[in-house]
Design a protein around this ligand. Structure first.
Ligand code: PEP
Ligand code: MN
Length: 365
């Protein structure tokens, strides 16, 4: 589907980052006045953040979880803004949220992943923002549908919002995955390719789900020339009322940001940038091929455990023949060179056998 251009203002028109990536930091949720105050003042003291974030209304997957403090938290954020001088960003999901956010002087709004999926909700939000001059950041929808993401950006833009940005927070997993939400980088890259002026902000927290993965995801986003990062930080992460395992203390966040390498590159339509853009897509696909291969190998391991426990041989000729035949047919229908597919699967199969033999020679636990 072709896409009309978005009429947007550059990020520098609504936030001064001195040419560096925009850093938005703060707790997943505003829990108490002290928690918000301590977290935000520690972030401010770290000197790395341009914006403080906090969730005031929390969309929770299951009922019975903490659903946010609502309006009561807004004066806490106002106080933090006054103290730190940093603009405040919160999630809005209904026109009532928008009204309250504006009433309490919230500076930046974001639309959450569970809202972006629903054009009715997005349109309601867009209608409530007509005539309002506030930056709006739109998270990708939970499902990997680029058109829905674009549609939400267009709805906001048609309502007159020109201070617009995208937040890439990853996509829900159908299968077990290392990350809480799969990055599927190519979707964000495609958005950036279609709208080169649209600021792209990475959300490593919601992709990772675990502190241990934040760094690699944040670095990847910077390698892809993202315009900023939004990262959750809590004064006492393990005691957070939501998303405890993915939050960092303000000090740990400062350390992590310090370790990240910022590469200077800009997207545009000149030859070099086109080349970079295509290379980024190729790098990304290669990485995903390897991730798929690793997922395949872990299934092979499971298979081997099953065979071992049931005393079945690792290698079965019929199965191998069937693997080669089906893959060769799939390859043909994708216009891939016969030989490439055959050789690749011979290698993969050889490695599978090696792996299975290894597992089967280990005694069952
Ligand atoms: C959040 O930022 O805390 C949040 C709820 O994010 P998402 O909409 O990406 O799930
Ligand atoms: Mn969160």
């Amino acid at each position: 589907m072709s896409s009309a251009a978005l009429d947007i203002l550059p990020m520098s028109s609504w936030i001064d980052t001195d040419g560096k990536p925009l850093i938005i930091a703060g707790p997943c949720s505003a829990e108490t006045e002290e928690q918000v105050w301590e977290t935000a003042t520690q972030i401010k003291a770290g000197g790395y953040a341009h914006v403080i974030r906090a969730g005031v209304w929390k969309p929770r997957t299951r009922p019975g979880s903490f659903e946010g403090m609502g309006e009561a938290a807004l004066p806490w954020l106002q106080a933090v803004k006054k103290e730190t001088g940093l603009p405040i960003a919160i999630e809005v999901a209904t026109p009532q949220h928008v009204e309250l956010a504006l009433k309490y002087g919230i500076d930046i709004l974001w639309i959450g992943a569970r809202t972006t999926v629903n054009p009715f909700n997005v349109q309601d939000l867009a209608d409530s923002l007509v005539g309002v001059d506030v930056p709006v950041l739109i998270k990708n929808p939970v499902n990997p549908d680029l058109q829905l993401w674009i549609g939400a950006l267009e709805r906001m833009n048609r309502a007159g919002i020109k201070k617009l940005g995208a937040i890439h927070r990853g996509f829900s997993n159908a299968q077990e995955n290392k990350f809480r939400n799969s990055p599927m980088w190519q979707i964000a890259i495609e958005l950036k390719t279609q709208f080169p002026d649209l600021p792209m902000i990475g959300d490593p927290s919601h992709m990772a789900g675990k502190r241990a993965y934040l760094y690699e995801i944040a670095q990847r986003a910077l390698d892809l020339n993202y315009d900023g990062l939004i990262i959750e930080s809590h004064r006492d992460p393990d005691k957070a009322w939501s998303d405890a395992s993915q939050q960092l203390t303000p000090a740990a966040l400062g350390d992590m940001l310090h370790e990240l390498q910022i590469r200077k590159r800009s997207y545009g339509d000149d030859y070099q940038n086109q080349l970079e853009n295509i290379r980024a897509k190729i790098d990304n696909l290669d990485r995903e091929m390897l991730e798929t291969l690793a997922a395949r190998m872990s299934l092979v391991e499971k298979l081997a455990e099953y065979k071992r426990d049931n005393n079945v041989a690792a290698y079965q000729v019929d199965r191998f023949r069937q693997v080669l035949e089906t893959r060769s047919g799939w390859g043909k229908s994708l216009n891939l060179y016969d030989n490439l597919v055959d050789e690749m699967f011979k290698l993969i199969h050889m490695e599978s056998i090696r792996k299975q033999t290894e597992v089967m020679n280990n005694v069952s636990a």
